[in-house]
Design a protein around this ligand. Sequence first.
Ligand code: ATP
Ligand code: MG
Length: 202
Amino acid sequence: MRTGILGGTFDPIHMAHLHAAETALFAGLDRVLFVPAGDPWQKTDREVTAVEHRVAMTRISIEGIDGFEIDLQETERQGPSYTIDTLESFPDDDELFLILGADAAAGIHSWHRAEDVLDRARMIVVPRPGTPPSAVTEALPGALRLEMAALDLSSTMIRAMAAEGRPYRFLVPEGVYGYILAENLYAKPETGDRVDQIIREE
Ligand code: ATP
Ligand code: MG
């Protein structure tokens, strides 16, 4: 069993996550597990959306898609949640592949027990605008690279678009868009806040 693991905050999950997972499956994995991160135990610079919503959006995204599964172990663990604990939860003879955006790959040496992470799983790196391939090569000379279009989107960008009233509907799965609206997760839709500066003159 060749298992890909795609961890993330998924606040919200978006098309780049899903396209990377599909491309990794196509490249030869048997399944991709989406692993939503638990709520952060350390104080961070922003409030992460409640885990129930992040899990719900992840479920909606993968529903009915062969080879896509959700793994809730990080949301169920108490205290800090480390990738190495997730990797070590699988039987020793499971072949594991950690799917990482280039930004995450370039910073992997700061992770808890980074060497053990690299021993236990092979890295599959997803291209991401903002992180040059050389930064990935430097950090992870032996990593596998996923060949796919670099997609310049992030959850941060989508949250900002929602809050400003800009369109972002087609950057997330249809069900996720509906969920965000129904739960009023990111938008503060006061008409006065609507951005009208979408087209700019040079
Ligand atoms: P945020 O802006 O909140 O940090 P994000 O878009 O970076 O959100 P995460 O949940 O932090 O999404 O990312 C989970 C994983 O997906 C990370 O390995 C990250 O590098 C990767 N990833 C996210 N967006 C992209 C993208 N556009 N291209 C490639 N990899 C991505
Ligand atoms: Mg991120």
